[in-house]
Design a protein around this ligand. Sequence first.
Ligand code: T4K
Length: 399
Amino acid sequence: MTGIVRGAPVPFDAPVYVTRPLLPPLDAVTARLAEVWSTQQLTNIGAQHDRLEAALRAHLAVPNLSLFTNGTLALFTAIRALALSGEVVTTPFTFPATPHALSWSGITPVFCDIDPVSLNLDPAAVARAITPRTTGILAVHVYGTPCDVEALQQLATLHGLRLIYDAAHAFGARVDGRPIGTFGDATMFSFHATKLFHTAEGGALACGDAALKRTIDDLRNFGIHGPDAVDAIGLNGKMTELQAALGLCVLAQLEGELATRRRLLARYRERLGSLDGVTWLPGPTGADASCQYAVIRVDATRFGCSRDVLHRELQAYNVFTRKYFHPLCVDYACYRDLPSAARSNLPVASRAVQEVLCVPLYGGLSEGDVGRICDMILVIRERAAHDRVAGAGLASRGE
Ligand code: T4K
C-alpha cells in the first residue's frame, strides 16, 4: 500500500533505515571471490588489494592512497605517521572515532566551535584554540560538506601545524573541482557498510607526499619495512582480499547509486525546500557532492515540534532517521571534564546538535518512497501546529 489514506500517511511495511549498503550483484562478487580462492591469498596486500588501491587512487584523483581495514585505524595511522603529540584542535560535532583516535594516541583533543552554516570547524575558533602545545588540526568534512580548506591551511602554515582531514563522509566530493583528498597533509576515508562506497568495513588514507605514503604503508603492517626490518611501532590495519574484492564490485556500481541519490536529494528539496522550520544543509551539489547523507535542521519554534519529536513520530511510520552526531563528543564521559568541553565554548555546536536529522538516503529507495517520507513529515508538522493551537500534544512535549 502507498500514499495517504483518509488524510493519514500509511506506514511502510518494512523498516526504512537512514541508509542501506549498495549490494552489487552476487554473481559479480562470487566471480571475484573465485579469483581470490584460486590464488589462496586472503590478506597481506594481494592482487585484489592492489587493484582496488589503484582504482580508488584514480577515482579519488589523489597522488597516493593506502587502503585500511577500517577508517578508524587509518586515522590512528595518520596521527602516528605525522608524529602528532600534545594537543590537537578538533570538532565536537563528529562520530566518536575522530576524537578517540587522538586520545588513544595519548593526545589531548581540544574541541572548538563550528561554523553555523557548514557545521564544520570554524577557522576563527580554531585560531583561538591554538596553544604552544598544539601540533595539529584534525578537521572533519561533516556529512560530506567540505571544510573551509583555505582558511585551515593558512592557520596550519602560520603555526607550523599538521592538518589531517577526516573525510569519512566525503568520498568523491570536490571543492571547486579539486578532489577532497588533496587537501592538508593526509585525508582519511571510511569504507564502512553505511558509506556510499564501501568494503563492508574499510578505509583509506590519501596523502600528497610519497615518503609519507611509505611510512603509512609500513605503519599499517606492524612497522615492517622489509624481510628483516621492523622500523617503527606499527599496527595491523591491512585491508583483506575479501574486502578489496567486494570494493571492486561496489565501485563498478557507484555511478548508478550516485545518480539515484542525486534524484532522491532533488526530490527531498523539491518537497521540503521551502518548508518553514526546515533548513537543508547547503553542501556542494551536482558532481561535487558526496551524496552521503540527506540532512535537515529542524527549528522547533518555526516547525512546530522539536527534532526529537519528529524523529520519534517518524518511527511510528516505520521510518528510522538518525540524529547524527548527537550527543556532541564533549558530552561523552571521557571528554566532559576537558576545559574545551565547556558549553560556553561551543554555542553553535550546542544548538546544531539539537536540530540535525539525517533522513533516509540510499539507492534502494524510490522517488515515491521519498515522497511518502515527505508526506509524513508534513503531516507531523500539521499535527504539531494543530496541537499548538489546542495547547496539547506533540508541540507541547518538552523533548
Ligand atoms: N569519522 C567519522 C566522521 C565517521 O562518521 C566515522 C564512521 C569514522 C570516522 C570511523 O570510520 P570507520 O572506522 O567506521 O570506517 C555508523 C558506522 O558504523 C560508522 O562507520 C559511521 N561513521 C557512522 C556515522 O555510522 P552506526 O552505529 O550509526 O551504524 P548502524 O549499525 O546503526 O547503521 C545505521 C543504519 O545503517 C542501520 O540502521 C541500518 C543500516 N545498515 C547498517 C549496517 C552496518 C545496514 O543496512 N547494513 C549494515 O551492514 O555507525
